[in-house]
Design a protein around this ligand. Structure first.
Ligand SMILES: *[C@@H]1O[C@H](CO)[C@@H](O)[C@H](O)[C@H]1NC(C)=O
Ligand SMILES: *[C@@H]1O[C@H](CO)[C@@H](O)[C@H](O)[C@H]1NC(C)=O
Ligand SMILES: *[C@@H]1O[C@H](CO)[C@@H](O)[C@H](O)[C@H]1NC(C)=O
Ligand SMILES: *[C@@H]1O[C@H](CO)[C@@H](O)[C@H](O)[C@H]1NC(C)=O
Length: 255
């Protein structure tokens, strides 16, 4: 390693002192918000899809992880997974130079401050009232990250004939409520093997159903010459046999 000449070091120090830069500068997250003109009543960030040109497509990258399978009810054809949905997209109205703000690369902002993609789950038949995370993370290049826990009460067409020694497959399809594929495109962040692995790692409770696999597929819904992008997540699970259930009960009893 070659040491820089003494002269340059001194000149650099002098420059630091003159510009009052370096470690003396203090930056707050509020400075970033002020720079962006992002205030609680600035509607420009909220009202419409945040693109600089209306022909730009907003790409939403989505990941779903299954935390728990709360219920699989064949009688009512109801499937209730508890999922974590993480989304990211670009807000073209937001960008800052971290170097101007002491290296701040991301800030968290209340969810209702910015536009969010209007994603919904087709099969969901009950409104979810799980506690919501109130913030989203925004990075200096305008990428917005949002995550939600959702208790999905969904309909699922199940084959009841093999009950209770059966496996079932239930899907949740996620798409934008009004934006067609020319406006919002939804892509999976992780492939099927990855989301299966993630889910298996964090699965908290399986009840009487054993989680087997989560797979993700792209799909397109067409209606009236318009197309909407969909991501379909399919959960495959097996009903634990009475023998297995007894075994796990006695095991937990021994602890
Ligand atoms: C914020 O608003 C001021 C005054 O209206 C404007 O000069 C400035 O360019 C805006 N900042 C950004 C990042 O748009
Ligand atoms: C799925 O993603 C993981 C990690 O991103 C990668 O290693 C793996 O090869 C992918 N699997 C398939 C089938 O594409
Ligand atoms: C999803 O795609 C995989 C291959 O990537 C395929 O094996 C599977 O049948 C598809 N599932 C659905 C529900 O279309
Ligand atoms: C759909 O498009 C076809 C061909 O472009 C046209 O003939 C038809 O009238 C359109 N239908 C509707 C409902 O707009």
């Amino acid at each position: 390693m070659q040491k820089p000449p003494k002269m340059t070091c001194a000149a650099f120090l002098l420059l630091l002192i003159l510009t009052n830069g370096g470690s003396c500068k203090v930056c707050s997250y509020q400075d970033v918000l002020n720079y962006l003109n992002l205030t609680a009543d600035s509607s420009m960030f909220r009202l419409t899809r945040p693109v600089l040109d209306h022909t730009h497509i907003t790409v939403v990258k989505l990941d779903i992880i299954v935390y728990a399978i709360l219920a699989v009810v064949e009688k009512t054809q109801t499937f209730v997974p508890f999922i974590w949905a993480s989304k990211q997209w670009k807000n073209e109205l937001i960008s800052w130079d971290p170097a101007q703000f002491c290296g701040i690369t991301q800030i968290s902002v209340p969810k209702d401050l910015l536009w969010k993609p209007d994603l919904y789950i087709n099969e969901m038949i009950e409104k979810d009232d799980s506690p919501q995370n109130p913030y989203m993370m925004v990075t200096f290049d305008g990428t917005v990250f949002a995550g939600d826990n959702i208790r999905v009460v969904s309909t699922c067409k199940m084959d009841v004939h093999k009950f209770p020694f059966d496996t079932q497959e239930c899907s949740i399809s996620i798409g934008s409520a009004i934006h067609c594929i020319k406006e919002i495109r939804i892509l999976p962040s992780s492939n099927s093997s990855r989301v299966t692995q993630f889910s298996q790692q964090i699965m908290k409770t399986q009840g009487e159903w054993e989680f087997l696999r989560l797979s993700v597929n792209n799909s397109i819904l067409s209606y009236d010459n318009k197309s909407w992008g969909l991501l379909i997540y399919t959960v495959r699970d097996a009903h634990l046999t009475p023998a297995k259930t007894t075994k796990s009960e006695s095991m937990s009893g021994a602890l």
